[in-house]
Design a protein around this ligand. Structure first.
Ligand SMILES: [Zn+2]
Length: 67
């Protein structure tokens, strides 16, 4: 849904690199090169980016907050 703030395995902060990584992907860079570019070297952190499905925009309209 939303990228985890920290890696589940090693505890490293990873969420701050998400937007930069998305920008590299949108610019046509390969997944692996983009991960290297944002500094994610451990495979525990890399798997979170590669396997993440960004669904927050689709789930947000169903929030219980008053509008
Ligand atoms: Zn990690």
């Amino acid at each position: 849904m939303i990228i985890p703030v920290r890696c589940f395995s090693c505890g490293s902060v990873i969420a701050d690199r998400w937007q930069a990584w998305r920008n590299h992907i949108d610019a046509g860079m390969s997944l692996s090169d983009a991960l290297d570019e944002v500094g994610l070297e451990r495979y525990c952190c890399r798997r979170l980016f590669v396997s993440h499905v960004d669904l927050i925009e689709e789930v947000a309209p169903f929030t219980t907050a008053q509008q």
